[in-house]
Design a protein around this ligand. Structure first.
Ligand SMILES: Nc1ncnc2c1ncn2[C@@H]1O[C@H](COP(=O)(O)OP(=O)(O)OP(=O)(O)O)[C@@H](O)[C@H]1O
Ligand SMILES: [Mg+2]
Length: 510
């Protein structure tokens, strides 16, 4: 027994449905008061391991020690009792309850036993907010708040329950670069106050900034435990992926003008609040074989632009053409089929996959009525199966069970790979791509980037919206920067660099 350890997981094995080995004899040691990163490829078993620690799954084999004592953690309530809190990637807040109520849910301050004492509850939360420098408006509701505030509420919820061990499953995947810096500060603050933290992320820079130790998983097994200070980013990458990575970069050449997408003076209302104009008088042309990126802080009109092109929102002012055809009034389906627009959506759960269907179904979802998949109303199952399986294989969707795995059971990153594969492989003239590598491991990012470049070589016009500057720099022929719905400027080819984009994102015109 080791008294310095907050968590010790011994020989943990987790087998799903008697055949998927998500964790194979894993040993994990987390010291008291440290920030311990868990890293590894999509599907390596990170979320599963943490779900076991939080009592969401009972392991097939293995033992868990919390603060040196053997414990059987059968459910999250038991985990909470042991001082373990978890912030999930998909938040579990009740959208229509104010934050104070969400945070205290289940452990409210009461008087006369059952009346909730709002004042007392708010006072207690405020003390915690001050102590950890985590401020939100407690009377606001999640539904009207930013992702960053919702995440703070989840952290406050764990702290309210007096958790000493905090697990974060990819907390930064949904945050913008600015918010990420704020979040990493919060982690360091929590550590200063003596909390033990387990932090799952795919971003090496974040690990280098805050973590003390990192455990690397691959294919459900531990590759090793590393001291973060003395390990280089390249060493981490190689140990995760099992091979060296190569950098992918666009080979910029002047592009012959052959316009696929043309936008004229488009103005759009904010998708949440119709009184606010989110995009102002925006014009853009993208030619065959060209990748144009939109850069800017989240919420500066990007989503509204995508919704206007894909048909998810109505266009009030301005015109959108595909190969000279006005598509303002065309339905979503018509844009997808007739005008050949593919779309990798921002929210993979809402618009990307039918979670209860298998992968093969998901690969042909919108195209099932096409000639190659069905004739006279009869579906050609062989063709569907072959097509679906090819994509799943090519895009290395792990544990797909030859395409028959239910989408919901895949790890987050593997769901994303499946959507990206479907949209890149189908016949299209324009591909609208929103954050294609969110939640993906570094090996998969390299692969997806090279596939996007291949689509460009094939002559597709590509609109890329991304908050990752490194992604924009690697892939773009042109970059347009948006600030408060206005186009601040445009960079082309060799002019594209991080400093210039950064300045323009702050609203400076170049
Ligand atoms: N409930 C489940 N039923 C069946 N298989 C599952 C279930 N949950 C996870 N798996 C499988 O276990 C493997 C590990 O998944 P896990 O979610 O732990 O990966 P991860 O390391 O968190 O990946 P990512 O980085 O993509 O989030 C995956 O291949 C997944 O398909
Ligand atoms: Mg995961």
């Amino acid at each position: 027994m080791n008294n310095n350890l907050a968590i010790e997981m011994k020989n943990i094995t987790m087998i799903f449905n008697k055949k998927i080995i998500a964790n194979n004899n894993i040993n994990l040691k987390v010291k008291k008061g440290e920030i311990h990163a868990i890293i590894g490829e999509n599907g390596a078993g990170k979320s599963t391991l943490m779900s076991i620690l939080f009592g969401l799954y009972n392991p097939t084999f293995g033992e868990i020690f919390i603060n040196g004592k053997s414990q059987i953690i059968t459910n999250p309530v038991k985990a909470n009792k042991l001082g373990i809190g978890m912030v999930h990637q998909h938040f579990k807040l009740i959208e229509t309850y104010p934050f104070w109520k969400n945070i205290s849910l289940g452990s409210e301050q009461t008087f006369l036993k059952f009346f909730i004492n709002k004042q007392k509850t708010i006072k207690k939360i405020t003390e915690i907010m001050n102590k950890y420098n985590l401020n939100i408006d407690l009377n606001k509701k999640p539904i009207n708040s930013s992702v960053a505030s919702q995440q703070k509420a989840e952290i406050l919820k764990a702290l309210y329950k007096e958790s000493n061990i905090l697990i974060f499953d990819e907390p930064t995947a949904v945050l913008t670069p600015n918010e990420i810096d704020g979040f990493l500060e919060v982690l360091l603050n929590l550590k200063k106050m003596g909390k033990t933290i387990v932090f799952i992320t795919h971003k090496m820079a974040e690990i280098k900034k805050v973590a003390d130790t990192a455990t690397v998983l691959r294919n459900g097994e531990v590759v090793g435990e590393f001291d973060v200070k003395s390990t280089t980013v390249e060493q981490f990458a190689t140990s995760m992926v099992g091979r060296k990575l190569k950098e992918v970069h666009v080979n910029y050449k002047e592009i012959k003008k052959d316009v696929i997408l043309s936008i004229e003076n488009l103005s759009m209302q904010n998708h949440n609040n119709h009184k606010i104009t989110a995009l102002k008088d925006f014009s853009l042309e993208i030619s065959k074989g060209e990748i144009v990126s939109i850069s800017g802080v989240e919420g500066n009109g990007q989503l509204e632009l995508v919704n206007a092109i894909t048909g998810l929102s109505k266009i009030k002012k301005g015109k959108i053409f595909i190969k000279n055809n006005l598509i303002n009034k065309a339905s979503v389906t018509k844009r997808y089929h007739k005008y050949k627009i593919s779309h990798i959506p921002e929210d993979r759960h809402k618009h990307g996959l039918v979670l209860n269907n298998n992968l093969i179904d998901n690969m042909v979802l919108q195209d099932i009525s096409q000639k190659k998949f069905s004739k006279f109303g009869f579906i050609n199952f062989n063709a569907v199966q072959e097509y679906g399986q090819n994509i799943v294989k090519k895009y290395d969707v792990r544990n797909s069970q030859s395409g028959y795995a239910i989408a919901r059971q895949l790890s987050g990153g593997n769901q994303q790979k499946a959507i990206v594969g479907r949209e890149l492989e189908r016949e299209s003239d324009l591909i609208v791509i929103f954050q294609p590598t969110r939640g993906l491991d570094i090996g998969s990012i390299e692969f997806i980037h090279s596939e996007i470049l291949k689509a460009k070589e094939k002559g597709k016009a590509i609109l890329l919206i991304s908050y990752e500057l490194s992604e924009i720099i690697a892939l773009s022929d042109r970059v347009i920067v948006l600030n408060s719905g206005n186009k601040v400027g445009e960079l082309k080819g060799k002019e594209i660099n991080i400093d210039k984009i950064g300045l323009m994102m702050m609203g400076e015109r170049i």
